[in-house]
Design a protein around this ligand. Sequence first.
Ligand code: NDP
Ligand code: MG
Length: 380
Amino acid sequence: MKRISLLGATGSIGIQTLDVIREHPEEFKLVSMSAGRNVELSRKIINEFQPELVSVQEKADADCLRSEFPSIKMVYGHEGLVEAAVFNKADVLINAVLGSVGLKPTLEAIRSGKTIAIANKETLVTAGHIVMGEAKRHKVAILPVDSEHSAIFQALQGEKEKNIERLILTASGGSFRDRTRDELQGVTKSDALNHPNWSMGAKITIDSATMMNKGLEVIEAHWLFSLPYDDISVLLHRESIIHSMVEFHDTSIIAQLGTPDMKVPIQYALTYPDRLPLVTGKRLNLAEVGKLHFTDMDLDRFRCLKFAYDAGRAGGTMPAVMNAANEAAVAAFLDDRINFLQIEDLIEKSMENHDIIENPDLETIQEVDKETRSFVNSLL
Ligand code: NDP
Ligand code: MG
């Protein structure tokens, strides 16, 4: 029995993680969880899964839930997130919280020896050097939940790192993949939120439309698989059937395929190195799919992908700046305060405005994150 701490239980990945736990009650038990502001869904999850510790974003919500569930420990805020992450009865932390708030809980969970299943992109993007270093020091595994990294991780089983020529991350292209830059003028929020292949949280759906999502994934791949940026490429693949590939020096390419369903990589992170059936998963019928399409990425069309390569190569605090600017800009877009193309402009300006600090510690990263958000807000 694996005992699970789940951050972001009320989100898109969180809910699908609960589906996986529900399907295998003899294998997995939810012992601690966090939610943000969705108290109603938290209540349902608590009733069904009976975790021993629950963290929510606001104190008032924690007080309210405590009166309803007196036997469950209720905590809140950033400290609550850390408490849920390091809960002593948990073996594994699934970090599916949104945004850079996910970094500190991940680090603390590594230090308390938990296996980490990581969905929260911002953790590795902003502090990959610290996270991977701590994981090594504490002999803790960092298992990818994101479909691309899970695909690469699966393709690498039994392989040697030294034989890798390059990683090929596939990108669906997001909601606007068939539009030119001119056709992006005036696109609406609901157009952007209408992803052709995946059903995900709002922020990552916008990140897919700007291609920043793939940019974040390139930086994550750099840390997870310790490869230089020159050996990480991106290929547009509109069907999202091949979830990513590894090319080896001998020209062989190994790919992982499946219908687009996040439950598959979530479950693999929980069962690795084993596998379990996934009854609610839909089997891939390649004859039905018929054709798969691939196109090279255009970095002028998808500027955010270029920003990410630039930020990753620059290193230091630059990825944290890019990430914070993106979080603030996407929040402003979702709040109808800016148009779609302004997201790119705000990220570009934030990166231009920043003087890189090399090898930053956690406090520096958090400070830079805060400063960048204020900088973006001052431009709105
Ligand atoms: P959602 O927006 O659907 O869910 C986010 C979760 O985080 C919710 O539980 C939310 O709580 C909680 N949350 C948000 N802000 C805070 C905060 N400040 N403090 C505490 N909790 C907070 O996001 P997704 O599930 O789509 O994504 C989660 C992470 O996983 C992201 O980093 C994303 O990039 C990554 N990811 C997502 C994929 C997907 O398919 N969705 C695929 C691969 C990676 P509440 O709703 O209760 O307010
Ligand atoms: Mg992905």
